[in-house]
Design a protein around this ligand. Structure first.
Ligand code: G6P
Length: 612
C-alpha cells in the first residue's frame, strides 16, 4: 500500500529518494516524506499530498546526506496529513522510521508507553514503534540493530520498515514481516524498497527479504539475520524488468499505456506455453503438481478485486472445459469463515501484486488444512509465489495504473490455458477441440490489437456519458465476470456508480432502475446465450434505457436494437472475454479523463493492498 525507498552509499541520497518516491507513488499517494542524515542528526521533511508537494517543501531545508529514506503513504491509522505522514521520529529524536503494514497491538503498546511518560504527536501505529525502539535502545543500552530486533519481538501485525539512528549514522536497518522489502546491491551502495521499481535504474542485483528477516545496510556491507539473531545467507537474484516497463512511454497515463500493451503482454504470457505449430499447451510451473490437479475433486479459487473477477471467469472455464467443480471465494471472506477444505481440493490463489494481505492469509489457512495451493501471479518473486506450492506467472510486466487492465487479461489467459490443458488431459475436451482452442488463443494478441482500433469510437462516445451518475453492466456466461469487471473499472477511476449483473438477473431488481437516464452496457458477443441476451436488450429498450452493446464483428441484429455499438473481432466463445473487456477498459478510461479524474491514482485506492 505505502511505498518505501532507502539509500546508503557514495551519492547524495535525496535525488534517488525523490525519484524512487515518484516511481512508488502508485502504491500510496496520501502523503510523502523523507529523512536524511549527514552526521548532523536526522532531518525529516514530510507533506500531505503528492510527492510534488514534498519536493516544494524540500527547497527550504539542507538537502545533503548520503544516507536517507523516503515513504509514500496510504493512510490506515490517522487521517492523511503532515503529522501522520512518515518518517516518524522517536521522542528523543534518536530514531526515524518508515513503515508499511499495521501494528495490530499498537494501542496496548501506546498505552504502556504513555504510562511511562511518552508523548505522541501523531495518530499512527508507526510512531509507537519509533518510541518503543528508542526506549529499548536507551534503557537497554544496546545497539540500534538489537533495539530494533527486541522491539519487533513485542509487535503483533505486519511490517516492512526501515529505521535510521542518529547515533549510528552509517547504517539503515530494515525488517520485514508480511510487507515486502527488496534490497538492491550497487557498488559501494545499497538500496532498499518496497518493490523493485525505484531500484531498477541503479542495479539489477537484488535480495528479497523473507518474513522475519532483518537487514543491516552499510555503505560497503550488508548483514542479514533473523529477528532472533540467526544469520541468513542472502540469495541474490537478477531483476528481469527493464526501465521502459515502468515509464509512460509517450502515453498520457500508465493506464492507457497498459491497455495498449495488451497484445504484447498476452503474447508474453503465451510464449513458450503454446507450441505455435503443434498447438499444444505446456505449463511448466504446474508439471510437478499435474497429477494432483487432474485428480482434484474440487478447485477453490481465492482472490480479491479484479483478480477475483478473473477467478469467477475461470470457474466457468474449468467447469465447462475440464468438468472440475469450482468455488470462487473472496480471500477476505474465506479466511474468516472457517472454510471446509476437503481431501483432494486444490486451491488457486490469483493476484497481480502477489502481496495482497487477505489472499496471503487465505493461502496460509488453506495450506494449514493440507490443501495443495497454486498461484497465478504477476510480480515475480512476490510473497504469493513464494508461499504457494507451485504456480504460473502471468508475465504482464509491471502494472503501475492502480486500476488493473493488462494484469487481468494476462490472468484470464493463464487460467484459460489451464482449463484447456486440464480438459484435454482429463479427456473432457476432444483432441480436435483442444488444438482448435490452443490455436485460436494464439490469435488473441492480434485480435486485441484490432479491438484497440475502437479507441477512437470510444473517445467519441465518452462525452455523452461524462455527467452520468449510474451505469449498469450486463453479461451472461463467461461475459458475466466481464460485466463485473467493466463496472468495477468505471467506478474505480471515474467515481460513477456502476453495477455489474448477470443479464437475466436484471429482472430481479435492477430493472427498476432503468429509465432514459440509465446507460446499460451489454456484452453480447456471439455465443450460445446470444438469443437470450437479445431478449434482455429488448427489455432494457422497452424501458427507454440507453444500450451500449459490445458485439461480435458483423452482428446485425443487436446493432439495430442498440443506441451505440462497439464491435470486437470474432473468436471462440470461450476466449471472447479477452476481447470484450478491452472496450470496457477504454470506456472507463475516457470517461474518467473527461471528468478530470486522476486515472492512475484514483482516490482512496491502493495498488497493492498489504493490510487487511
Ligand atoms: C487492489 C487493486 C485492484 C486489485 C486488488 C487485488 O484493490 O486496486 O486493482 O485487483 O487490489 O490485488 P492483487 O494484487 O491481489 O491482484
Amino acid at each position: 500500500m505505502c511505498g518505501i525507498v532507502g539509500y546508503i552509499g557514495h551519492r547524495q541520497a535525496l535525488p534517488i529518494l525523490i525519484n524512487g518516491l515518484k516511481r512508488l507513488e502508485y502504491r500510496g499517494y496520501d502523503s510523502a516524506g523523507i529523512a536524511l542524515q549527514n552526521g548532523d542528526g536526522i532531518r525529516v521533511v514530510k507533506k500531505m499530498g503528492k510527492v510534488a508537494m514534498l519536493e516544494k517543501a524540500l527547497t527550504q531545508v539542507n538537502q545533503a546526506g548520503q544516507i536517507g529514506m523516503g515513504h509514500t503513504r496510504w493512510a490506515t491509522h490517522g487521517a492523511p496529513n503532515d503529522v501522520n505522514a512518515h518518517p516518524h521520529m522517536s521522542q528523543s529524536g534518536n530514531f526515524a522510521i518508515i513503515h508499511n503494514g499495521i501494528i495490530e497491538n499498537y494501542a496496548t503498546l501506546k498505552k504502556r508507553l504513555i504510562n511511562r511518560g511518552h508523548e505522541f504527536t501523531s495518530d499512527t501505529d508507526t510512531e509507537v514503534l519509533a518510541h518503543l525502539i528508542d526506549e529499548v535502545y536507551t534503557i537497554g543500552k544496546v545497539s540500534a540493530e538489537v533495539a530494533v530486533r527486541l522491539a519487533l519481538s513485542k509487535v503483533e501485525g505486519a511490517y516492512g520498515l526501515v529505521v535510521m539512528c542518529k547515533q549510528e549514522p552509517d547504517i539503515l536497518i530494515a525488517a520485514r514481516k508480511g510487507s515486502p522489502l527488496v534490497i538492491g546491491i550497487g557498488e559501494g551502495e545499497y538500496f532498499i524498497a518496497s518493490d523493485a521499481t525505484p531500484i531498477i535504474e541503479y542495479t539489477k542485483n537484488v535480495i528479497y527479504l523473507n518474513d522475519g528477516d532483518v537487514g543491516i545496510l552499510g555503505k560497503d556491507s550488508l548483514t542479514l539475520k533473523t529477528i532472533k539473531n540467526v544469520p541468513v545467507t542472502p540469495e541474490i537474484l537478477t531483476l528481469e524488468m527493464e526501465i521502459e516497463a515502468i515509464e509512460k512511454g509517450g502515453y498520457e497515463h500508465f493506464m492507457l499505456k497498459e491497455i495498449f500493451e495488451q497484445p504484447r503482454t498476452i503474447m508474453d504470457c503465451l510464449r513458450g506455453r503454446v507450441h505455435p505449430e503443434k498447438n499444444d499447451i505446456m505449463l511448466g510451473g504446474l508439471s510437478d503438481v499435474m497429477d494432483k490437479l487432474l485428480s482434484a475433486r474440487r478447485i477453490v479459487i481465492i482472490a480479491c478485486g479484479t483478480s477475483w473477477h478473473a477467478g469467477l471467469l475461470a470457474e466457468y472455464l474449468f467447469e465447462d472445459l475440464a468438468r472440475i467443480p469450482v468455488e470462487v471465494e473472496y480471500a477476505s471472506e474465506f479466511r474468516y469463515r472457517n472454510p471446509v477444505i476437503l481431501d483432494g481440493d486444490v486451491v488457486i490463489a490469483i493476484s497481480q501484486s502477489g502481496e495482497t494481505a487477505d489472499t496471503l492469509a487465505a493461502i496460509q489457512l488453506a495450506k494449514s488444512q493440507g490443501a495443495l495451493v497454486l498461484g497465478v501471479c504477476n510480480v515475480v518473486g512476490a510473497s504469493i509465489p513464494r508461499e504457494t506450492h507451485a504456480g504460473v506467472y502471468t508475465h504482464a510486466g509491471p502494472e503501475i495504473g492502480v486500476a488493473s487492465t493488462k494484469a487481468f487479461t494476462a490472468q484470464v489467459t493463464v487460467l484459460t490455458l489451464m482449463a484447456i490443458l486440464l480438459g484435454y488431459k482429463k479427456k473432457t475436451l476432444s483432441e480436435a477441440r483442444y488444438h482448435e482452442l490452443a490455436k485460436e488463443i494464439m490469435n488473441i494478441p492480434d485480435k486485441i490489437q484490432k479491438t484497440l482500433d475502437l479507441n477512437q469510437a470510444v473517445v467519441e462516445l465518452a462525452p455523452l456519458f461524462k455527467e452520468t451518475t449510474n451505469f449498469l453492466y450486463l453479461g451472461r456466461g463467461v461475459n458475466f465476470p466481464v460485466a463485473l469487471e467493466g463496472a468495477l473499472k468505471l467506478k474505480e477511476i471515474s467515481y460513477i456508480h456502476a453495477e455489474g449483473y448477470p443479464a437475466a438477473e436484471m429482472k430481479h431488481g435492477p430493472i427498476a432502475l432503468i429509465d432514459e437516464n440509465m446507460p446499460v452496457v451489454i456484452i453480447a458477443t456471439k455465443d450460445k446465450t446470444y438469443d437470450k441476451i437479445v431478449s434482455n436488450i429488448q427489455e432494457v429498450k422497452a424501458r427507454k434505457g440507453r444500450v451500449i452493446s459490445i458485439v461480435s464483428e458483423g452482428d446485425t441484429i443487436i446493432r439495430k436494437m442498440s443506441d451505440f455499438v462497439l464491435e470486437v473481432p470474432v473468436t471462440d466463445e470461450v476466449l471472447s472475454p479477452l476481447l470484450a473487456v478491452v472496450p470496457l477498459q477504454l470506456l472507463s478510461y475516457h470517461i474518467a479523463v473527461l471528468r478530470g479524474c486522476n486515472v492512475d491514482q484514483p482516490r482512496n485506492l491502493a495498488k497493492s493492498v498489504t493490510v487487511e
